[in-house]
Design a binder for this molecule. Structure first.
Ligand SMILES: O=C1C[C@@H](O)[C@H](O)[C@@H](O)C1=O
Ligand SMILES: [Co+2]
Length: 300
């Protein structure tokens, strides 16, 4: 089968920038060495990574790793556009120097994803009409800036933000120019939110240019909702895990991606407490699970 899937891994399972106490003692070199040892070819970027492109390349190249992308927090609904653009250009230029082709963007205006005591399922932001307009217009401008370097922005729908549900993703997709705004498909966030990942994949496959694979532990996700926990409390309790270790059936998802010749990165991104779930062991478990699914596609 002629697909061009590249498998990467995110550093968030070793060291969690949203909750630095998780994996505080895991070093940058341990993280990238273990990713490479588990067989991944790419990484996203964490706070412990050197920010000088030449220095970062010197660590990654000898381990056979490329930079797949990195997250950008946009505040289009709450900050002046010029400020957002300035921060975005710096981020874009860094990723461009690292050879990445896509830029992960998530709107964080009024987001509750980083607020440790705000209940995730009760208080997510809902954009009003004015916010939707600011958000969409601003996002397309970021898309134009990315295009200046031959890059694309991939929008990250996310729990606890204004673009979380199927309805919100639909609105984002119909309101934006496909040439300017692409989509990031994150299995874990869709399932945690109660959405159907296959439905989103099938509907927006043509716009999906980056994929995050994480799984969800059904009982813990239900507990987070019942106990009115925050997003970060949910992460700490173990709501997310790697593909093959939770409730999501990745076979039809992988089948769809492979059959439709998805070209781009699939990044395993499963934030959980590394003191409870060793990051290397789980990265390896995910790699084996994905390889087995890919192999099944190849022999069909
Ligand atoms: O892509 C992501 C980046 C993280 O910082 C975030 O909180 C995580 O859940 C995610 O999907
Ligand atoms: Co993600």
């Amino acid at each position: 089968m002629d697909n061009q899937i590249k498998l990467g891994c995110a550093p968030i399972a070793w060291t969690n920038d949203d909750m630095p106490e998780l994996g505080e003692t895991n070093s940058f070199e341990q993280c990238i060495s273990e990713m490479a040892l588990a067989g991944y070819k790419g990484t996203e970027i964490g706070n412990k990574y050197p920010r000088d492109p030449e220095v970062l390349k010197s660590y990654l190249e000898i381990r056979g790793l490329e930079v797949a992308s990195a997250w950008f927090s946009a505040f289009l609904t709450t900050q002046p556009l010029e400020e957002v653009k300035k921060a975005f250009i710096e981020h874009r230029d860094f990723l461009h120097a690292m050879g990445a082709e896509v830029i992960v963007v998530s709107e964080q205006g009024n987001s509750i994803q980083g607020q440790k005591t705000v209940p995730l399922f009760e208080q997510k932001p809902v954009f009003n009409e004015k916010e939707w307009k600011r958000f969409i217009d601003g996002l397309e401008e970021l898309g134009d800036l990315a295009a200046e370097k031959g890059m694309s922005i991939v929008y990250h729908h996310h729990m606890g933000t204004g673009v979380q549900t199927t309805e919100e993703i639909d609105r984002l997709m119909v309101s934006t120019d496909p040439a300017k705004v692409s989509l990031l498909f994150d299995t874990g966030h869709l399932v945690f939110s109660g959405e159907d990942p296959l439905e989103i994949l099938e509907r927006y496959f043509d716009r999906i240019k980056h994929v995050h694979f994480k799984d969800v532990r059904r009982d813990i996700a239900a507990e987070v909702q019942r106990e009115q926990d925050s997003f970060l409390t949910g992460v700490k309790k173990g709501a997310f895990t790697v593909p093959g270790d939770g409730m999501i059936d990745f076979a039809p998802i992988m089948n769809y991606l492979a059959r439709h010749q998805y070209t781009g990165w699939i990044v395993v991104e499963a934030e959980q407490d590394p003191d409870v779930c060793n990051a290397f062991e789980y990265a390896l478990k995910a790699k084996k699970h994905i390889d087995a699914l890919l192999h099944k596609e190849e022999v069909r």
